[in-house]
Design a protein around this ligand. Structure first.
Ligand SMILES: Cc1cc2nc3c(=O)[nH]c(=O)nc-3n(C[C@H](O)[C@H](O)[C@H](O)COP(=O)(O)O)c2cc1C
Length: 360
């Protein structure tokens, strides 16, 4: 067998990773108290620290951005302190960890949000369907309130303070959640952005929020500690493709180069039922990106090695396999069988289906 690239060390900005395996961000809803991380979460991440890099679950930048039930946040000092044992546990085990900064935008419900928070989005366009709340079970998505331009600026600034908080909590960096239909993608897409002010109305203006967030966060904490996750052609919570989608992502990635951010994380959710990201678009984005290119979605050992050896990526993310295989990295290296994850405990609270999966 030819030499493994997946298990070879690499660098990402200032970080020296021991392999090119990334644990993909996964919401697990275990932050049962006040949107704070806790000892159970610290155990979960430390168990998985043999990944070269962990990207945490989506973590709210603001009370308005904490639309999911039991979702952690990183806007307050208490939350920063609560994350410290998580980052320490991963570092003590020789791993690296960045936090995924997420504002849920229209994908929220008042029952899930902290007191006084509000479901805000670029435009008053409700997501289709329902979401789970602890207080009242499944609830239809409400029509979000369209942000004023000063609220847009506030949301941008909340990403910046959350990024500063991330470093204070001991994270190695941040990933901006620009994927899966949340606030950043809601600005990008004409499906959810119907604005006709400076933040919408043309491809150029729809790019403004993602670019300003990336620029401001890079300025605040150093671009080499910043990445962004993108999901063109994603079908999460009502997102759909649109005629100028390729142009939108190609222009976005080309413009992101100047912000100095380190990583573009491209996710293809065709393994989860979304349309495939056209390979021409993947190629164009990869070619346009001069720094770390991370891909994710449906990979196994063979396809991940091919992705690296054929130059389509520098790092490969794995999501679901990490849920039921805390030692996924070792199992992959040794060719050991993988345990199947139990989907019924993905978003419950407590250790069951979270920290109680065994190593091989
Ligand atoms: C339980 C679960 C929670 C997820 N939560 C997030 C999230 O918080 N942020 C995100 O960007 N993607 C999230 N995803 C998507 C994963 O990061 C990943 O892209 C997806 O699972 C495809 O990769 P895989 O085929 O290796 O599982 C989630 C996926 C699962 C299964």
């Amino acid at each position: 067998m030819s030499e493994s690239l997946l298990f070879s060390p690499t660098t990402v900005g200032p970080l020296s990773l021991r392999n090119r395996i990334v644990m993909a961000p996964m919401t697990r809803c275990r932050a049962v108290h006040a949107n704070q991380a806790n000892a159970l979460m610290a155990q979960y991440y430390a168990q998985r620290a043999t990944a070269g890099l962990i990207v945490t679950e989506g973590t709210a930048t603001s009370p308005n951005g904490a639309g999911y039930v039991r979702m952690p946040g990183i806007w307050s000092q208490e939350q920063v302190d609560a994350w410290k044992p998580v980052t320490k546990g991963v570092h003590d085990a020789g791993g690296h960890i960045v936090v995924q900064l997420m504002h849920t935008g229209r994908v929220g419900h008042r029952h899930n949000l902290p007191k006084g928070a509000e479901v805000l989005a670029p435009s008053a366009v409700a997501a289709p369907g329902e979401m789970y709340t602890d207080a009242a079970g499944m609830q239809a998505f409400a029509v979000p309130r369209a942000m004023t331009s000063s609220e847009v600026e506030t949301a941008r600034d909340e990403f910046v303070s959350a990024a500063r908080n991330a470093l204070a909590a001991g994270f190695d960096g941040v990933e901006l959640h620009g994927a899966n239909g949340y606030l950043i993608e809601e600005f990008l897409s004409p499906v959810t952005n119907l604005r006709d002010d400076g933040w919408g109305g043309s491809v150029e203006k729809r790019l403004r929020f993602p670019l300003e967030v990336a620029q401001a966060v890079a300025q605040a904490i150093g671009g080499d500690r910043v990445g962004i996750r993108l999901s063109p052609y994603g079908a999460s919570v009502g997102m759909t493709a649109y005629p100028e989608i390729d142009e939108t992502y190609q222009t976005l990635v080309a413009r992101l180069v100047a912000t100095g951010i380190q990583t573009v994380h491209l996710v293809d959710h065709s393994s989860m039922g979304a349309p495939e990201v056209p390979s021409a678009l993947k190629r164009a984005l990869r070619l346009a990106w001069p720094r770390t290119f991370l891909v994710c979605g449906g990979f196994d050992r063979l396809s991940a090695e091919a992705e690296l050896s054929e130059g389509r990526a520098d790092l490969v993310g794995f999501g679901r396999p990490f849920i039921a295989n805390p030692d996924f990295t070792t199992r992959l290296a040794k060719g050991l069988a993988l345990t199947a994850a139990d989907g019924t405990t993905f978003y419950t609270s407590g250790p069951e289906g979270y920290t109680d999966y065994l190593t091989a």
